[in-house]
Ligand binder design. Structure first.
Ligand SMILES: [Cu+2]
Length: 458
């Protein structure tokens, strides 16, 4: 056992926790949520139901859906009714190590926690509004009575700040649905969550892995943290409320079958592309699609307000990208990092570039950046610099068990609306799942320590 490996395992022992106690960035976010200002006459905040959100997994479904970086909403059963408690509230969401948004969400999470229930269930959603303005919840795609439809003034009175509304209905459908505020600007503040209806009998062919991803775009001006919901240029792009490389990779066992459910609520449609595998579109926001409609593809356009389920056999081992293919969605707002500087005025020889990148790293709180080399005559070449100049590896800042064993500087290739589908040989899959259970903050222990200079340019 090499010393890196030993250090890693030592860290594992120190950090070991409960079954789902992985200390990911998402968990930290739960601790960061802000309490809304208490006003006189505001009802006492109800106690949160059940266990901490991070530790809850639904037990009465065949293959629970995993929504990386977003918890599940716990429930309790009362007289045969599944009772959920959903709280609309302001949330601080760290989407990258150096970028935090002040957004609105539910139960300390943005997007809101995932609701998972079974076809045929009767559900009651006790909804409390801890926002400073009124809101309602619309159950997108669910066939519910009109007074449960969540449109303010039309199907119900708005729920005022401090108010409560009880939603209750029977779920006769199956598939991928979602809930959201029915105010356009509240939607753009992040008020959405996934609502999974598991079918009475498993879909065939059965899958071994089932993931959920919510696509969102944010208009956040440089040096701001609150999305400008009236702005029409969206410069920050997230999967489940985080941007690559902070997105938690999806772990898939080689030889298994995987489903990924993708929901879009934003101002752009997103062509989501998977590397290295073909998939079938097996469901939409209307539920399971008949097999006669399936066709092989590798890019699925997920329009606003749509859900798309994709399925594939994980045949090829490797760390495969899953990302929106719009070029501007494969990055985030660089102007935010450069503040008032335009990219074309950046330093254009390698020592200056290194120095500038290191200065940028320090300014955004990333301890160490890796740098790709540039040519001696780079500044003479029209078009320079482009994104290889701007690479910002931050492996250490986004380390987590799911990223364990990735090549050094992997995070430099990950930006914007992007994650990784890691198709792992069984032994490697089991090893990482064990690290996850132990709550290890993973680092690529089997790669060498970085040897290159940084921050030394003049
Ligand atoms: Cu996109």
């Amino acid at each position: 056992m090499n010393s890196e490996r030993r250090k890693f395992l030592h860290g594992a022992a120190l950090l070991g926790g409960g079954l789902f106690a992985s200390r990911s960035m998402a968990d930290t976010q739960h601790e960061q949520h802000t309490q809304p200002a208490k006003k006189p006459g505001t009802p006492t905040k109800p106690t949160r139901p059940g266990k901490p959100l991070e530790s809850f997994q639904p037990t009465d479904v065949l293959t629970p859906v995993l929504t990386p970086d977003v918890p599940n909403l716990p429930f309790k059963v009362e007289n045969g009714v599944k009772v959920f408690h959903l709280i609309a509230e302001p949330v601080r969401r760290q989407l990258l190590p150096f970028k935090t948004m002040e957004v609105w969400g539910y139960n300390r999470s943005c997007p809101g926690p995932t609701i998972q229930a079974n076809q045929g269930d009767r559900v009651r959603i006790v909804f409390d509004n801890h926002l400073p303005e009124s809101t309602t919840i619309h159950w997108h795609g669910l066939e519910v009575p009109i007074d449960m439809d969540g449109v303010p003034y039309v199907s119900q009175k708005p729920v005022p700040p401090g108010g409560r509304y009880i939603y209750e209905f029977t779920l006769h459908q199956e598939g991928t649905y979602f809930y959201h505020s029915h105010g356009a600007m509240q939607e753009m503040m992040g008020m959405i969550g996934m609502f999974i209806l598991h079918p009475k009998g498993a879909y065939l062919p059965r899958v071994d892995h089932d993931f959920g991803i919510i696509l969102q775009g944010w208009a956040i001006l440089p040096n701001n943290s609150v999305p400008n919901t009236a702005n029409m240029e969206f410069n920050w792009l997230t999967f489940n409320g985080v941007s690559a490389p902070a997105t938690t990779p999806l772990l898939v066992r080689l030889g298994s079958r995987a489903r990924i459910r993708i929901v879009n609520l934003g101002m752009d449609h997103h062509p989501i592309h998977l590397h290295g595998h073909q998939f079938f579109i097996t469901g939409t926001e209307g539920g399971r699609a008949p097999e006669s409609t399936w066709y092989p593809t590798n890019t699925v356009l997920v329009g606003v307000a749509q859900a798309r389920d994709i399925e594939f056999d994980a045949k090829y081992p490797g760390d495969w990208m899953l990302h929106c293919h719009l070029p501007h969605h494969m990055m985030n707002s660089m102007s935010d990092l450069l503040s008032d500087r335009m990219i074309t005025t950046a330093a254009t020889n390698e020592p200056q570039a290194r120095s500038q990148l290191q200065a940028m790293a320090e300014s955004i709180g990333v301890a160490h950046l890796h740098h790709a080399p540039i040519a001696a005559n780079a500044s003479d070449v029209p078009g320079f610099p482009q994104d290889a100049f701007m690479e910002m590896g931050m492996d250490e800042a986004v380390a987590k068990p799911e990223a364990y064993g990735l090549p050094e500087n992997w995070s430099a290739a990950m930006m914007g609306m992007m994650t990784m589908v890691r198709i792992l040989p069984p032994e490697k899959y089991d090893e990482i799942m064990a690290l996850k259970r132990e709550g290890v903050k993973g680092k690529p222990a089997d790669s060498p320590a970085p040897q290159h200079p940084h921050g030394s340019g003049k």
